[in-house]
Design a protein around this ligand. Structure first.
Ligand code: ADP
Length: 386
């Protein structure tokens, strides 16, 4: 329903003179109405069942009933009630019964001048009601999804944790068995081979379990980010925040044989920051930078005050992103190609979560990349004066 578009009116009026007067006004004033006229409650009921109308205009007394019958059968279609002079009390009753508005007839038919205003108000109100209804339904849907994901992830986390402990123990036994057997003289080669395979499989299962946990936690984070409309922010130095995050990745980078550098701005760069959420943003970007950069590559984190914004840039010398994929990667569950990732895992949710948290900071996130040479993700936040 759009008030700029043609409005479909159902006029329920058994007085032919009043019918014609109303249709004449619509024509003369070139009102954007498409009007259908009926004379009885039964005819109105049949038409309302068969078709959608934006508004019903109804006279009070009708051959087989009255306006109250029309209000009853109109259900979700707004009804405007036309009364005779001196019947305001009736109009009030009609409004209480569900009519949206009323027009009072006068002999000179001046009331028809009010028609467009009353109809427009009625449409605006209906539109606002529909929007409120949609928002309420959307809230219910989201709450249900959030509840479902919370329950499911809780149910999944418990066995996952026990799997984790079990696998850890089996893995350590396999390690010991392997070391013991490797030192045993005259061992049949098939036996060492089997233990080697056991060790590889259990370590792979540990990785898979970790990935599953990551996907569950990303799904929960996504629901949380979706439902949040504002963040609690404090004035915080981005140099300090980025330093903390980078420190948490030094070991992983070393294990991956990658160089991880941190280039802070020369002086503190203050921005309004929700510390937990912005840390997650930088973690997601660093996870990716490490994940999509081969051994020997370099990842650098740079904090900068451009004068217009506080910036954190995470650049890597990894595999890069094809031009045509640059916008897609921020969509939920979007992964360019599973085989591209070193870990061969991930939920495809990381960047959409990061973007949502950055937007709730009033900031932006953008990407530059040359395929085969590397990528650079930049987060820009509003500055706070020092
Ligand atoms: P995923 O869990 O798959 O990493 P993301 O939402 O974090 O999901 O990223 C979406 C896709 O964007 C990834 O599948 C990957 O192909 C691409 N991508 C993200 N960061 C980088 C990067 N630093 N280098 C290359 N590709 C990247």
């Amino acid at each position: 329903m759009n008030i700029e578009e043609t409005i479909t009116l159902l006029l329920v009026e058994d007085d032919r003179i009043d019918q014609r007067a109303l249709l004449r006004v619509i024509e003369r004033e070139k009102l954007p109405y498409q009007c259908e006229t009926v004379e009885t409650v039964a005819q109105a009921g049949a038409l309302l069942n068969a078709r959608h109308f934006d508004v019903v205009l109804t006279d009070y007394k009708l051959g087989d009933g009255d306006a109250f019958d029309i209000i009853r059968i109109a259900h979700n279609t707004p009804v405007i009630f036309i009364t005779g002079l001196g019947s305001e009390e009736l109009a009030v009753r009609a409004m209480k019964a569900g009519a949206y508005d009323y027009l009072t007839k006068d002999t000179a038919q001046h009331y028809l001048k009010l028609l467009p205003i009353v109809v427009n108000n009625c449409m605006k109100r209906r539109r606002a009601e529909l929007e409120a209804q949609e928002m309420a339904q959307e809230r219910v849907r989201r709450e249900a999804l959030e509840g479902f994901l919370r329950d499911v992830s809780h149910d999944l986390r418990t066995p996952l944790a026990s799997l984790g402990t079990g696998l850890y123990v089996i893995n350590r036994y396999a390690e010991r068995l392997f070391t013991g057997l490797a030192e045993t003289p005259n061992l049949p080669p098939a036996m060492l081979d089997q233990v080697t395979r056991l060790r590889e499989r259990t370590s792979q299962m540990e990785d898979d379990r970790g990935r599953l946990e990551q996907i569950i936690s990303d799904m929960l984070e996504m629901v949380k980010a979706d439902n949040q409309t504002a963040l609690h922010k404090v004035r915080y130095d981005l140099n300090a925040l980025a330093q903390e995050v980078v420190d948490g990745y030094l070991n992983v980078a070393a294990e991956n044989q990658q160089t991880l550098r941190f280039n802070p701005a020369p002086t503190a760069v203050y921005a309004p920051v929700a510390i937990g959420e912005l840390s997650i943003v930088l973690e997601k970007l660093l996870d990716n930078a490490l994940d999509y950069t081969p051994p020997g590559g370099e990842i650098s984190v740079l904090v900068n005050d451009s004068g217009a914004a506080a910036e954190v840039t995470i650049a890597d010398t990894g595999i890069g992103i094809p031009d045509e994929e640059r916008e897609n990667i921020f969509q939920r569950f979007y992964r360019i190609d599973k085989a591209r990732s070193r870990k061969n895992g991930g939920s495809g949710l990381g960047l959409s979560i990061a973007r949502r948290w950055v937007e709730l900071h009033g900031g932006t996130i953008k990407v530059d990349s040359v395929q085969g040479q590397g990528s650079s993700f930049q987060v820009q936040l509003p500055l706070v004066e020092n």
